[in-house]
Design a protein around this ligand. Structure first.
Ligand SMILES: [Zn+2]
Length: 427
């Protein structure tokens, strides 16, 4: 049977316009939906003939057809992920559920507000009648509330996505919800913050797996999260922190100790400066390039004792006249031919490239009666040389800054370099 014949069949069955059905059918088939499922989906859309229209229920749509121009739709989809989150509005605590749904044509994010009466278990196929559509980040998202009619349906959809939120750290993106990761806790410290109900203790640190490292925050400290532990974290969500994804663990997350050790990648991925800047931010990355300039604000600098900001002439932008505290810092521009970033070296790395600690720098500046000599010596030593830098990259309106954890001169031995290239080529 041709598509034309299928369309004709369906149109007469449903009592609707054949051209319209044919267009929809073509659309679904273009998304590689098998013909039988495409027809089933259209039967749903057009209400299966007898019970169609008139009751105020918005028309059924395939997920790929939902646009930000829709106000309400009805979709039938498989729940991919589901994560709870506690938020506050109008002075009250609300638990919302967030995740993704998929059908044969695509996937879409959803938020279920506390009036929503459905379950949304990952793997379930649900029909959501009268789901609201809102725009989020330029894309449509489903808003499920008390006027949404949920119904679990006994139907298998041929979806292209995996059910459940199991992910590697390198796959995570801000906005991901209901995520499960298996990681090793690499760094972890307690912090006291001003929370909604006064002071609260949270955990923050770094997680690692075979794919990379990411920072995390545990808003409801779980005892299993401690340095060196390998754990499975279920129902976490991902937010952006300084331009890079950060794993958030909440009171709804389940943390289980694993009886195996999760291996952690030793090296940070080495990519071009252009690619790194393009990514919008990376927690752990390695760049190689030439230092072409040491920027102002390098060498022996002064910080505000209140907020730690770098100050000029004893004036802090927030705290006025303050007694500054000396510190060492380097801001170096690194260029690899594809782009530039500002590499920021803290006191220890700066002391290493300067060849002396903060007392040496003070004495040096006193003798010369000029603070700039410190930055000048640093520039003499690093400008024009090639470095391998590992650290955390943030990209914002102030530019691309890489806070370095290591800063080493590139190996100039051609034999070693050839070997490294060979290894990379084999990898
Ligand atoms: Zn200040």
């Amino acid at each position: 049977m041709s598509l034309e014949d299928h369309a004709e069949d369906l149109a007469s069955d449903l009592g609707v316009d054949k051209e319209e059905v044919k267009r929809d059918l073509e659309n679904l088939v273009n998304y590689s939906v098998p013909m039988d499922e495409a027809k089933q989906s259209l039967r749903r859309k057009y209400g299966g003939g007898s019970s169609s229209g008139g009751d105020g229920t918005p028309s059924s749509k395939a997920i790929s057809e939902v646009t930000t121009g829709d106000s309400n739709v009805t979709v039938t989809a498989v729940v991919l992920t589901s994560g709870r989150r506690s938020i506050q509005y109008n002075g009250e605590q609300h638990v919302i559920r967030e995740g993704e749904l998929a059908d044969e044509t695509g996937k879409i994010s959803y938020t279920a507000w506390d009036g929503f009466s459905g379950d949304l278990e990952p793997g379930q196929t649900v029909r959501l009648g009268n789901a609201g559509v809102r725009e989020w980040d330029g894309k449509p998202e489903l808003n499920l509330g008390d006027s949404t009619q949920p119904e679990v349906v006994d139907e298998t959809l041929a979806i292209d996505y995996e059910v459940g939120g199991r992910a590697s750290l390198s796959d995570l993106e801000p906005g991901d919800r209901g995520i499960t990761v298996e990681v090793q806790v690499l760094e972890c410290e307690q912090k006291v913050i001003d929370g909604r109900d006064g002071e609260t203790t949270i955990l923050s640190g770094v997680l690692g797996d075979e794919s990379g490292r990411l920072p995390f925050t545990d808003w409801e400290p779980h005892g299993e999260i401690e340095v060196g532990a390998s754990v499975r974290i279920e129902e976490s969500f991902v937010r952006e922190f300084r331009g890079a994804p950060s794993v958030n663990v909440s009171e709804f997350s389940t943390v289980t100790a694993l009886d195996r050790t999760v291996e952690v990648a030793e090296d940070a991925p080495r990519i071009s400066v252009h690619e790194a800047v393009d990514s919008g931010g990376l927690f752990d990355v390695e760049l190689v390039g030439n230092v072409i300039e040491v920027r102002d604000g390098s060498g022996l600098i002064e910080r505000c004792p209140e907020c730690g900001r770098v100050i000029q002439n004893g004036q802090c932008r927030s705290h006025g006249t303050v007694e500054g505290e000396d510190d060492l810092r380097t801001k170096a521009i690194l260029d690899d031919g594809t782009g530039t970033v500002t590499v920021v070296l803290g006191d220890e790395l700066t002391a290493a490239v300067y060849g002396g600690d903060i007392d040496d720098a003070r004495e040096h500046a006193r003798n010369a009666m000029d603070k700039e000599v410190v930055a000048e010596r640093i520039a003499d030593r690093i400008v024009g040389r090639e470095y391998v830098v590992r650290g955390s990259l943030s990209v914002d309106e102030y530019g691309a800054n890489l806070t370095a954890s290591t800063f080493a001169e590139a190996d100039d031995d051609p034999a070693t370099r050839a070997e490294t290239l060979l290894r990379e080529a084999e990898a």
